[in-house]
Design a protein around this ligand. Sequence first.
Ligand SMILES: NC(=O)c1ccc[n+]([C@@H]2O[C@H](COP(=O)([O-])OP(=O)(O)OC[C@H]3O[C@@H](n4cnc5c(N)ncnc54)[C@H](O)[C@@H]3O)[C@@H](O)[C@H]2O)c1
Length: 333
Amino acid sequence: MTSNVFGWGIIGCGVIASSHARAVLANAPQARLVGVCDIDLVKAEHLKDQFGAQFATESIDELLSSLEIDCVSICTPSGLHAHCGIEAARAGKNILCEKPLDIDHSRMDAFIKNVHTVGVKLGCVFQQRTHPLHRRLKAMLTAGAFGRILYADLSGKDYRSPEYYRTADWRGTLRYDRGCLMNQGIHSLDLLLWLIGEPVVEVAGFADHLARAIEAEDTIAGSLHFASGALASILYATSSSRSRLPHHIGIHCTEGNIILQGSQPFVEVRGEQLTFESDATSRQGHEYHVHDLIEAIDNNRDPEITGESARIAVDVALALYEASETRSVVTLR
Ligand SMILES: NC(=O)c1ccc[n+]([C@@H]2O[C@H](COP(=O)([O-])OP(=O)(O)OC[C@H]3O[C@@H](n4cnc5c(N)ncnc54)[C@H](O)[C@@H]3O)[C@@H](O)[C@H]2O)c1
């Protein structure tokens, strides 16, 4: 455990910011919440009062010039992540960036480049990867316990109301958000790609807004071809007529099968079903990510989810969009 204390700032004080504030407090005394920033000062003041930050500001420059702040969480709309992240890196701050890393190739390139040039740490949020069962399955897949991966599927049939898209003017826009895969489905897509651990080389797909009056897609169907030859199908939607339909991830291998659906996973190796003890004691979610960034700084190692790792799912999502727009098979760069 570190004896250092890391001052934390939060940029963007909307829905997800409170998860970061709570995670910082949960990591006390190694972390403490110093300042919060939002272009809407009322939101910044509210977050400050709720979690006991020292100051609130509407100026990102003021936040980043605070010498008491070592790390910042980026919780702005997705299309502003790289912009805010580059400013934070140039100010010498370590960064915990919300998903998705950004929604544009060249901005992600510039973000990662700036982080490396300055030499700060960039950790990224994908809280599905922090779940103990998922970590266990990842270790087993990496060790080859299931044999060779043949095919996989992901299906997430979610509901977001028309009102949801009106709660903030960036939601569902091509410029700042994109649609259901980039915002909501990215969690499951990242989990699938991380568990498989193979590069995607080609994608095909179709995306459309079938039920919501938004610029981007509320429904997407796609196919992935991995470098190993494995295949996967993706169906993701926020256009479903009801919420709480269980997500499904299946990974099917020469020696076994993994099905993640609802609270009961089905995992078998060579015909034998495995059971997993639930581990309620270990850090998870945003608390895990804050702790990991602190440990990465203290031990001068990479955070568990680097910018390079976090962009993989974004690159696949962008390729699926391109495939849909051009009605063609897209090769990943
Ligand atoms: N990890 C998760 O489970 C999870 C959940 C929800 C949202 N998110 C991600 O968090 C990000 C924010 O989502 P949200 O739902 O909290 O959105 P939100 O609209 O509730 O909050 C975004 C805030 O950023 C502020 N903002 C906009 N531009 C700014 C700027 N230049 N500087 C400072 N503040 C600025 C807005 O005023 C707003 O208060 C998105 O990228 C989203 O994908 C992640």
